[in-house]
Design a binder for this molecule. Structure first.
Ligand code: FAD
Length: 472
């Protein structure tokens, strides 16, 4: 934006181009992110109702050189949706584009607008007798556009893949204001560069997603859940292989947890039912969903018996009711909140090749031990090689006591992950939080290609500047 006069002209043009209902007041919910790390600013906030209105807004922003920040449910954890520096941007919220445009149960596909809330998409798929398998704890607030823009994962990636794997097509307003009509329902389409997969995971830096064709799955006829005690993460991985031998793709989730999870839950959330009288060092939550005619509890019992005789498991609980399944899941899903109550010194969401997970956990403890005395809470989506590796102060200390060690810890953990050919961002993306990490760890040729793509698609650099890539 060049001066006050052109700023006023831009705002006037915006008001003329959009209906009054599309103009939003700058409420705090648009400018704060869930962990309170950033406070954003905006010169205007609009909530278009159609892709055409979104395109008009973007075209005006491009003409005036005003940055644009796409905004979904505001649940992102890396600051991608919160611009805290540079020129005040136009924030485009998808909150009024929430329609389910079409469902094709026989094709296992549905077309939804980018502002649809994940739990509403679940409900719509379910009403059509189908499953949309992407699920995260923020499903009541996160919107489809945001989930695709961050390539969200969650607990069912093991079986169904992440957001990228669950998308067949996109409708996108490009930085020029042109609309790319890519809402195909094709499983095979080899017509040149894959724009869809480029836009997914681009965190609002290459375009504004306004609708998507999503892939659905059959609903499992029966589901079962078990907690199984294992000797070590290495044994847990062998158990996963055994579970897949038994049930193939029926294994929907496989979550590793350490005794520290139980200790933090006991300390901060005593209302969460503790399943073990004597808390084990390591255990897994395994969730299965099977087709008609198969008995999930029986299949889990057979797996447990084999795991016992192979020396992979020493104890276990198989849920006997839906209420008990919910209890087991509540244990897993409450861990992030318990962690928040304790207050981590440094948190890491990393992924590793499956074969390197056990060694990483051992070496990680050594690396942290060399820095100082800390408690480590390591848990996560083991089936995806995705660990939440979080470092906490010892009892009687607080995170503030270790302020000066945070960067050292983060660097040490991320260096180890990188050495072991892992990723320092398994879920959530880069946003504004991990720009330096991307610069440090990304392959130079990849980084150069990313910068070239950004320059080609968004030559003015107006789409979410400062997210993913540093402003040149
Ligand atoms: C409690 C909780 C649990 C979570 N659990 C998981 C988890 O298990 N797995 C996981 O992967 N993630 C998880 N997340 C993070 C998750 O990735 C994001 O919450 C979600 O994907 C973002 O959706 P949103 O609609 O809130 O997007 P926002 O937070 O609004 O935006 C996120 C990013 O996407 C961009 N964006 C938003 N909408 C669009 C659009 N229409 N077009 C282009 N860009 C857009 C924004 O500019 C920003 O860069 C969790 C978050 C919370 C708060």
């Amino acid at each position: 934006m060049k001066n006050d006069a052109s700023h006023a002209t831009f705002l006037n043009d915006l008001k003329s181009a959009l209906p009054p209902a599309a103009l939003r007041d700058p409420a705090p919910r648009y400018l704060h992110e869930p962990r309170g790390r950033w406070t954003g600013h905006a010169c205007a906030i609009v909530a278009p109702e159609t892709a055409g209105q979104a395109a008009s807004a973007l075209r005006l922003a491009a003409a005036a050189g005003v940055p644009v920040v796409p905004f979904g449910g505001g649940t992102g954890l890396v600051g991608g949706q919160v611009a805290d520096g540079g020129a005040a941007p136009l924030l485009i919220s998808l909150e009024r584009m929430t329609r389910i445009r079409a469902i094709y149960p026989d094709e296992n596909a549905m077309v939804v607008e980018a502002g649809a809330i994940l739990s509403d998409v679940h409900d719509a798929a379910s009403a059509a007798g189908r499953l949309f398998p992407l699920s995260i704890a923020a499903k009541g607030s996160a919107r489809i556009g945001g989930l695709l823009a961050t390539n969200a994962g969650g607990v069912n990636v093991l079986r169904y893949g992440n957001a990228r794997d669950l998308c067949l097509g996109l409708e996108v307003v490009m930085p020029s204001g042109d609309i790319w009509h890519g809402l195909k329902r094709l499983r095979k389409d080899n017509t040149g560069y894959d724009l869809r997969n480029l836009l997914i995971g681009s965190e609002g830096t290459l375009g504004l997603i306004t609708a998507a064709t999503l892939k659905l799955a059959p609903r499992p006829a029966g589901e079962g859940t078990a907690l199984i005690v294992v000797d070590s993460p290495a044994a847990a991985l062998k158990l996963l292989a055994l579970a897949r031998d038994h049930m193939g793709e029926g294994v929907s989730a496989f979550e590793l947890m350490h005794r520290q999870c139980l200790a933090f839950l006991a300390e901060t959330m005593p209302q969460v039912r503790q399943p073990f009288a004597d808390p084990p060092e390591w255990f897994v939550l395994i969730d299965v969903g099977l087709a008609r005619g198969l008995d999930p509890a029986g299949a889990l019992a057979a797996l447990f018996a084999d795991a016992l005789s192979a020396g992979l498991a020493s104890d276990g609980l198989i849920a006997q009711s839906e209420a008990q399944r919910a209890d087991f899941w509540s244990l897993r899903e409450s861990v992030p909140e318990a962690n928040r109550h304790i207050g981590s010194v440094s948190s890491h969401d990393v992924s590793l090749p499956l074969g390197a997970v056990a060694e990483f956990i051992e070496r990680g403890a050594e690396v942290i031990g060399a820095i100082g005395q800390f408690r480590i809470n390591c848990f996560g989506h083991l089936g995806d090689g995705n660990l939440h590796y979080n470092v906490f102060p010892m009892p009687g200390h607080s995170r503030a006591d270790h302020e000066d060690q945070r960067d050292t810890i983060k660097r040490a953990v991320h260096d180890l992950v990188h050495d072991m050919e892992g990723s320092v961002s398994a879920e959530h993306g880069i946003g504004r939080l991990k720009v330096e990490d991307l610069e440090r760890y990304a392959d130079p040729a990849k980084l150069a290609a990313m910068r070239a793509i950004k320059a080609a698609l968004d030559p003015q650099g107006i789409m979410n500047p400062g997210a993913v890539l540093r402003v040149p």
